[in-house]
Every structure is written in structure tokens, then in C-alpha cells.
Design a protein. Structure first.
Length: 462
């Protein structure tokens, strides 16, 4: 796949998974080209590092690099987020050029290294980033392809020459995780999601079993206690974790909250660690429990783990506290599944008490909105006030009868409104809530900086 090549063209290069691959190839001194629909911060950073990117969906660039380099065809990688109707994909298909999914290329890269993978509906990015941060700052070191921008490195990619480990997310979307054969893995949750791919929860659960079967015989699997009886794991070493259930192998004890931040002890069969991390929220505490447990199980020194975890600054869009002053608290989060929204709101209340929460939510995908409408409504009803935006379609075409008003009508709280994104800043300005949280996996992140500036301007005006 990669042999005798030094040119790569990535379709959807600015996406979080694709941009990590692009960084890898840039570091390997490949010529890196790509297309993306949006000139995002990720894309701009890749351009600074040397990538050549176009933002109009034409075939000019792929034709040029294919014709100019007649002695070798470029490695062409795409993400399933790209619509099948893309003229670029159609041109490649017509020319019968080899083309690979991102997951296939990642699996190929990982095949020559020991792989630590994190699977599950929720928590993959934070746990894999924590494990990578711990390994990177230990005698193990590692390379890592991550699903978020880690603030310590301002990157979603880590690289070390002196390592034999690679850390990755084992993404269930499009069965991508079946390209991996890890030595160690964490499984956090198996909730209904991506039913546009799997059609049924049973099919999704079978995919997780197929993934477990691909973990190397004798490998380590750390799994959430409530999931441990769902799968056949007899070829593996198994350990379980749970926040409070002391029948699990790893759990928390001596938990307290100090000025919005958690203090606790991680208790495992391989040792205990007392922690006061910089990142907050209940679900982050659970993510830390999983990451520390796996790191201890892998043989990393407890003092090294403690130092790494307490220096971890978090990930953009994961309980990301953007503003925190006397007048306003603003949190941004990638939450786009009902269980993630529930966990986020519960965590905000634990940290910030009885302050009313105004939530701004952009649903992601028509199919997910349709399949989980009741669950979304239940989760969003935990807010005190809801501002709902139109569905972000991503790779999908509209589905008749499915739009954000479906959710709005089901949400039980009185203070709720559906608005257009162009109205968002005026909507906030008319209310100026004490505590705002933006949620979603679409392009809602484009509003983070404008909302931040609006709130800070209001603080200065007082």
C-alpha cells in the first residue's frame, strides 16, 4: 500500500482523522495534497506544514499529480464522510485508480507497531489522548493518531522515533475498527449509534464482538463492568472498570470536588494513584479512571502516570471551558449523542451547582436524529433553556419529515426555541445567560470564537 510511494492525496484532508494521517505523511517527507470543502483551522495548519490543499470540488489537482508523476500513482485516501456523488471520487473510479479508506491506511501503519486502541460509543478521544500523553512522557513513548486537538501539543498527532507503540481510536463508524489488531484495548460503551450503517443494535453489538476477536490472543482488554458479560473474551486477559462499583477491578474512591475540580483516588489491581487533574466533569473522571488503569496494567510507573495526568490540559471541544468569569461561564463540547448530552449536563451541574444551564445544540445527521429522537428529547430536557439549530447534514441527504422541529416538539422544558445560525449571536445578546454550553459535531465550532468574544465584551462593559 505505502511501498515505493512518496505522494499522497487525501479527500477530506481537514477532518480530524484525515488531518492526523496528513501530519504523519508530512513528517515522513511525503508530498501531501488534498481536498476539503472547508478551509478549517486543521486545514490551515496543514498548509503551514507544507500540504497543498484545494477547496473547490474539482478534479484539477488529482489529474495534475497523477499525470505529472507517471512513474508512480499517488496514494489516494478518502473518508466515508465524503458523499459518493463527489466528482473527485467519480473521476478516480472512472480512471480505475487504487483508493483506500482512512481506516485501511491507519490499520496498515499500525500493523508494524504494538497497538493500544480505545473503542466505544463515548470517551474514545479523551481516553486515547490520555493514554498517549502518559506513554509519550514515559520510557515507553509512542506515536498517536487522535480524534481531537490535545491542548498540550496543539495537535491530533504525536510522533516518536524511539517507540514501538501506536495509540489510536478504534472507531465503530463504517466498521473502521475491524482494520486494527491491537495488543491492548479499552471498550467504554456500546450504545445505539450509526444505525444508518448497522441497521440494528444487534448488528452493532456483533461488530464489537468482531473487533474483540481481532485483539491479539493473550492481549489485554479493559472493559466497562456493565459490558463484561455481553461478549466472548476467552482468548484475552480481561479487567473491568466502573466509577464506584467495587466489584470492578478498577474503581474510584475518596472522591471530592474542590472549586469545580475533582480530587480522587484510582484504585486498581496494579496500584493506586491519588489525583487532582486539570480537566473536570464526571465523564472525564471516568475517562481518567480507564486511562490510568490501562497504563498501570501496561506496566507504567504510577508516579509517571500521576505527573502526566495532572499535566494534561484537555482536548478542544471536550468539556472545553472557553469563558469563566464573574458574569459568564461558557463551555463547548462535541456531544452529539443523547448519552453524551446527558453526561455533559450532569457533569456541568456537579461542577457549577444550581446555575441555570442554557444549551445550544446542533443535531448531527438526519438519520441519527430520526433514530434517537426520543432519547435526544429526554437528554435536552435536562437543560433549563434550549436553543436548537437546524440539523447539520454532513454526508447525508435530507430525510422527509426529519428536522430540528421534531426534537423541539418532543423536548419537555418550556424555554425552548428553534433558530437559524445567523440569528445565534443576537439570540444570546438578548438573554446573556450566566452559563452557556454549545453542543454538536457539525460546524457549530465556528461559533465558539464569536460567542466567546461576545461574552468577554459584555464582561468588559460592566
Amino acid at each position: 500500500m505505502l511501498e515505493n510511494k512518496n505522494i499522497v492525496y487525501l479527500i477530506g484532508i481537514g477532518g480530524i482523522g484525515m488531518s492526523a494521517l496528513a501530519r504523519y505523511f508530512l513528517l515522513k517527507n511525503w508530498m501531501v495534497y488534498g481536498y476539503d470543502a472547508v478551509c478549517s483551522q486543521n486545514a490551515k495548519m496543514l498548509e503551514k506544514l507544507g500540504a497543498i490543499i484545494h477547496y473547490n470540488e474539482t478534479t484539477d489537482m488529482i489529474q495534475s499529480i497523477t499525470e505529472t508523476n507517471s512513474t508512480q500513482s499517488p496514494l489516494i485516501i478518502y473518508t466515508p464522510a465524503i458523499a459518493a456523488s463527489s466528482p473527485i471520487l467519480q473521476w478516480i473510479k472512472d480512471k480505475k485508480l487504487p483508493i483506500y479508506k482512512r481506516s485501511e491506511v491507519l490499520g496498515h501503519i499500525c500493523s508494524s507497531l504494538k497497538t493500544a486502541a480505545v473503542a466505544g460509543t463515548h470517551g474514545k478521544t479523551t481516553i486515547s489522548s490520555l493514554i498517549a500523553h502518559i506513554l509519550y512522557n514515559s520510557e515507553f513513548s509512542c506515536t498517536a493518531f487522535l480524534g481531537g486537538i490535545v491542548k498540550n501539543y496543539q495537535s491530533n498527532f504525536l510522533y516518536s522515533e524511539r517507540n514501538s507503540w501506536v495509540v489510536v481510536e478504534a472507531d465503530e463508524y463504517d466498521r473502521s475498527f475491524l482494520q486494527l489488531t491491537p495488543e491492548v484495548s479499552v471498550i467504554t460503551s456500546v450504545d445505539a449509534d450509526h444505525l444508518d450503517i448497522y441497521k440494528s443494535y444487534q448488528s452493532l453489538k456483533q461488530a464489537y464482538q468482531d473487533y474483540i476477536n481481532k485483539i491479539k490472543t493473550g492481549g489485554k482488554l479493559l472493559i466497562k463492568k456493565s459490558l463484561s458479560s455481553l461478549f466472548d473474551t476467552k482468548h484475552l486477559q480481561i479487567a473491568t472498570y466502573d466509577l464506584y462499583d467495587k466489584s470492578a477491578d478498577s474503581y474510584l474512591k475518596d472522591v471530592s470536588i474542590n472549586n469545580g475540580y475533582f480530587v480522587f483516588t484510582v484504585s486498581t489491581p496494579w496500584g493506586e494513584i491519588n489525583l487532582q487533574p486539570k480537566i473536570t466533569g464526571w465523564y472525564n473522571v471516568e475517562n481518567i479512571l480507564a486511562a490510568c488503569s490501562m497504563a498501570l496494567w501496561m506496566g507504567i510507573d504510577a508516579r509517571t502516570i500521576k505527573k502526566a495526568v495532572e499535566s494534561f490540559e484537555g482536548i478542544q471541544r471536550r468539556f472545553d471551558i472557553i469563558v469563566h468569569n464573574d458574569r459568564h461561564i461558557y463551555i463547548d463540547d462535541y456531544a452529539h449523542h443523547p448519552e453524551e448530552i446527558k453526561a455533559l449536563i450532569t457533569s456541568i451541574r456537579a461542577v457549577f451547582g444550581d446555575i441555570p444551564i442554557t444549551g445550544i445544540f446542533q443535531p448531527h445527521l438526519y438519520s441519527r436524529t430520526r433514530d434517537l429522537a426520543n432519547e435526544f428529547a429526554e437528554a435536552l430536557s435536562l437543560l433549563d433553556e434550549l436553543c436548537l439549530l437546524p440539523i447539520y447534514p454532513a454526508r447525508e441527504l435530507p430525510i422527509s419529515g426529519i428536522d430540528s422541529s421534531l426534537l423541539l416538539n418532543k423536548v419537555s422544558i418550556k424555554n425552548k426555541e428553534l433558530i437559524e445560525p445567523s440569528q445565534l449571536l443576537d439570540w444570546i445578546k438578548s438573554r446573556m445567560p450566566k452559563l452557556i454550553v454549545t453542543m454538536g459535531a457539525g460546524n457549530i465550532d465556528r461559533w465558539v470564537e464569536p460567542i466567546k468574544n461576545l461574552l468577554l465584551k459584555n464582561e468588559m462593559a460592566q
